[in-house]
Design a protein around this ligand. Structure first.
Ligand code: SF4
Length: 551
């Protein structure tokens, strides 16, 4: 029997078990909806061998439920391709969809020279009107590509289809091919219509397939650098990539290509020449790592640069991969140099934050990674969940063979990948990989969020606004972490919300300096008295009440 301590809850002065809270939380729903939501709401329990309860995820949101999810187009354009500075990204669709055509996640970029291309501040759209929907928008798309080319002469132009384009059947790929031949630059398209999947996760998969098909492998130039590492699933939110570039540089590791924070077209095209792929947000990009391993022989492993201990662990893992005593010593030297400041701030902030609690609902790996930063200052995560996570993000990659493939997942193309006849070059032999595995390198693996959470904590997939309100009112976390859509509704409850899709105006939060920034920001937020003065409109005026019609 497990001897681990489980979280306990007191709700309105009464002690309640997590199971009782879960029953109470779903009581308001019609019985069919309650049964469905119950499969997405888990009370965490970790067995001695690391197994956790099975959670339902990556399935359609129930109509009528207010979800935090984005659409497939948002995942393809907004998340994966958006942070690249020198590709002109055109949204083919009505202007309303192009909210994600202009960046909304505070991804940052730093061109090397002032004259270098940077299109991230622009929003390109075909602005489809009623007549385009009736008579087709291909002509308008061609004209738009031509206009973008004439104005900016970019190396590459990509096109993103939104829902109406899929419905009327514009052949964006044929247009891209025609314009590629005409203009002599790389033009490619994504069929990432918003309805293509149950969330933005489908868009990530489509984006990765497109990057792999149209860009990766186009440039075989071998670049300088001793330990060439690609960083996948790092989007340079609030300058995270700049801090990681600083650390890598200090260690003597060459950050070869980043997918896709502070990234360039040439970086993608040349990424297959690196020595190692490291993966931060596995949910959004593990497909690229897997395909590059098969086609080019580059091994990959999971890294986590959120939290000081996690950063040190990931740097040691990279150094262990290269098996060079000089690099191993240098990494230790850098960790020893960076940690004193981190530990000093951590200890100070912990005196004020110890014992406080957090709830996090973000993305498909951030809700996991950020728990480490909270635990470093003594804060406990009572509830965490993902908007677009899959079961492996919650339970660990080992459950992938048991995940049912449904019609929504089948909708997304799976590329057939095999070893490139010319470019396949295993970076390590099978024996070397096996030896490193014995020494602790977990190739192509991740543990998932639930095995690393406390027993009794709530894990909620695709949380609804009602469930968010319930958690805040009854579990009373000291801080809630989510995105802009949730921010003001949460703050009206009188608690702070930290945006972890964009960091509000803060950051970076990755790496050593990022940890220091995060501790200080959280300290300011959870120890500020202003939240107590915040009154929600429903606390000041009579509240309208309503009920679900029970079927
Ligand atoms: S769901 Fe469709 S219509 Fe809505 S923003 Fe996404 S692509 Fe546009």
């Amino acid at each position: 029997m497990s001897t681990k301590e489980s979280l306990k809850y007191e709700v309105n002065g009464t002690e309640m078990t997590p199971e009782e809270i879960k029953t109470d939380m779903t009581r308001i729903y019609p019985s069919k909806v309650a049964r469905k939501r119950a499969k997405h709401i888990m009370v965490n329990k970790v067995c001695d061998d690391g197994c956790v309860p099975e959670i339902e995820s990556n399935v359609r949101t129930i109509p009528g439920i207010i979800t935090q999810r984005g659409c497939s187009y948002a995942g393809c354009k907004g998340v994966v391709l958006g942070p690249t500075r020198d590709i002109v990204n055109i949204t083919h669709g009505p202007v309303g969809c192009s909210f994600y055509s202009w960046l909304t996640r505070r991804n940052q970029t730093k061109p090397e020279a002032e004259t270098d291309e940077n299109f991230m501040t622009y929003c390109f759209t075909t602005d489809m009107q009623e007549e385009d929907i009736v008579f087709g928008g291909e002509k308008k798309l061609k004209a738009c590509i031509q206009e973008a080319y004439d104005l900016f002469k970019p190396k590459a132009i990509s096109i993103f289809s939104t829902c109406p384009v899929g419905l009327i059947g514009d052949d964006v790929h044929a247009v891209a091919k025609e314009m590629k031949e005409k203009l002599g630059v790389n033009v490619f398209a994504f069929s990432c219509e918003g309805y293509k999947g149950v969330s933005q996760s489908a868009g990530h998969h489509i984006a990765n397939n497109g990057l792999f098909t149209h860009i990766i492998g186009l440039d075989d130039t071998i670049k300088k650098g001793k330990y060439k590492v690609n960083l996948l699933g790092e989007y340079n939110i609030g300058g995270d990539a700049f801090e990681l570039e600083r650390i890598f540089d200090k260690c003597g590791i060459t950050l070869h290509s980043t997918f896709s924070g502070n990234s360039t077209y040439d970086g993608f095209a040349n990424s297959h020449t690196a020595d190692l792929n490291t993966v931060m947000c596995h949910r959004s990009i593990n497909y690229v790592a897997e395909m590059m391993e098969k086609k080019y022989g580059i091994p990959w492993f999971k890294v986590d640069f959120i939290g000081a201990a996690a950063t040190a662990k990931s740097l040691r893992k990279i150094a262990a991969y290269f098996e060079d005593p000089e690099l191993i010593a240098k990494v230790e030297e850098v960790i020893a140099e960076e940690m004193p400041e981190v530990e000093m701030v951590m200890a100070d902030v912990k005196t004020r934050c110890n014992g406080k609690t957090a709830a996090l609902v973000v993305g498909g790996s951030r809700a996991h990674h950020y728990q480490e930063l909270f635990s470093e200052i003594g804060m406990t995560t009572l509830m965490a969940g993902y908007e677009f996570g899959h079961r492996d993000d919650y339970e660990g990659r080992k459950v992938i063979p048991t995940i049912k493939v449904d019609a929504d997942s089948r909708n997304i193309e799976e590329l057939e990948v095999s070893a490139d006849e010319v470019r396949y070059k295993p970076r390590k032999s099978a024996e070397e990989l096996a030896k490193l595995k014995e020494e602790g390198i977990d190739w192509a693996d991740y543990v998932g969020m639930m095995p690393e959470m406390k027993d009794g904590a709530f894990v909620i997939d695709d949380i609804s606004q009602y469930e968010t309100d319930y958690i805040i009112e009854n579990l009373k976390p000291d801080i809630f972490c989510a995105g802009i859509k949730e921010k003001y509704a949460v703050q009206k409850h009188g608690i702070p919300l930290k945006q972890l899709h964009s960091y509000d105006y803060g950051g970076p939060y990755a790496g050593f300096k990022g940890a220091v920034n995060f501790y200080k920001d959280i300290d300011r937020m959870v120890n500020s008295k202003i939240w107590g003065y915040s009154k929600a409109p429903w606390d000041l005026n009579p509240e309208l009440s309503a009920a679900f019609a029970n079927s």
